[in-house]
Ligand binder design. Structure first.
Ligand code: FPP
Length: 227
């Protein structure tokens, strides 16, 4: 593949529930299968030179789901982080989170913190998990920070105080499962993103489909408002 790797890919991993339903499985089985795909996509992104991979793992709206499903997702996240830690270290991958994790259990917050701390020197790729994340919530938080720091409200200062501070804007936004919405995801950072919507459910998404999207991206002309 002679493509130029994008710096930042963001993904809305949708369709876990429908994937499971089609197989007469519980919705939670879809989430477990989805967690496996994260590893394949992360490894591949790191291999082809992507620097940031931001994944929508839990939105501020996901608390509305049945209690048991929310609990399952929390446990899955904790298990995932513990399981991935050696793989992150081995592959020089750094974990970072965006969103307000203060609503999570103390034990989950601790695992998140430890994983971030133990992978902080990773330079190959940063996997960014959006956890209890909502873009509007993030922008409000950023503006509050500006007030606290008595900084002028301008684009540069807002950008520097978003949870994604220091990260490049999104080059490619992917949403799986056929839904064509942004769902309060990285509204600021997606300002000039090229968007790709695939009908594939997240548990069926794979590196070949990602490569096709990146090829397509390389054929698009990005003008950033110019001509
Ligand atoms: C949407 O599928 C997916 C989510 C609620 C979040 C994504 C979660 C995972 C991929 C698994 C866990 C993540 C980590 C980091 C361990 P959906 O349930 O909305 O599917 P549906 O629209 O078909 O019901």
């Amino acid at each position: 593949m002679n493509n130029i790797a994008p710096s930042h890919i963001a993904i809305i991993m949708d369709g876990n529930g429908r994937w499971a339903k089609e197989r007469n499985l519980k919705r939670t089985a879809g989430h477990s299968a989805g967690a496996e795909v994260i590893r394949e996509i992360t490894t591949h992104c790191s291999y082809i030179g992507v620097k940031y991979l931001t994944l929508y793992a839990f939105s501020t709206e996901n608390w509305k789901r049945p209690k048991l499903e929310v609990e399952f997702l929390m446990k899955l996240l904790e298990k995932y982080l513990k399981q991935e830690l050696p793989i992150f270290i081995e592959n020089n991958i750094k974990l970072r989170t965006i969103g307000d994790t203060s609503r999570f259990s103390k034990s989950l917050q601790k695992v998140i913190k430890q994983t971030e701390e133990k992978t902080k020197n990773g330079t190959k790729l940063t996997q960014v998990l959006a956890l209890n994340y909502g873009s509007k919530d993030e922008i409000v938080r950023a503006v509050k920070r500006l007030n606290e720091k008595k900084l002028e409200v301008n684009e540069e200062n807002i950008e520097a105080n978003l949870d994604t501070s220091g990260m490049p804007n999104v080059d490619i936004l992917i949403r799986t499962s056929g839904e064509v919405r942004l769902s309060n995801y990285l509204l600021w950072q997606n300002a000039y993103a090229e968007m790709f919507f695939t009908s594939t459910y997240w548990p069926d998404f794979n590196k070949n489909e990602l490569d096709d999207i990146i090829s397509d991206f390389n054929n698009r002309e990005r003008r950033f408002g110019g001509i």
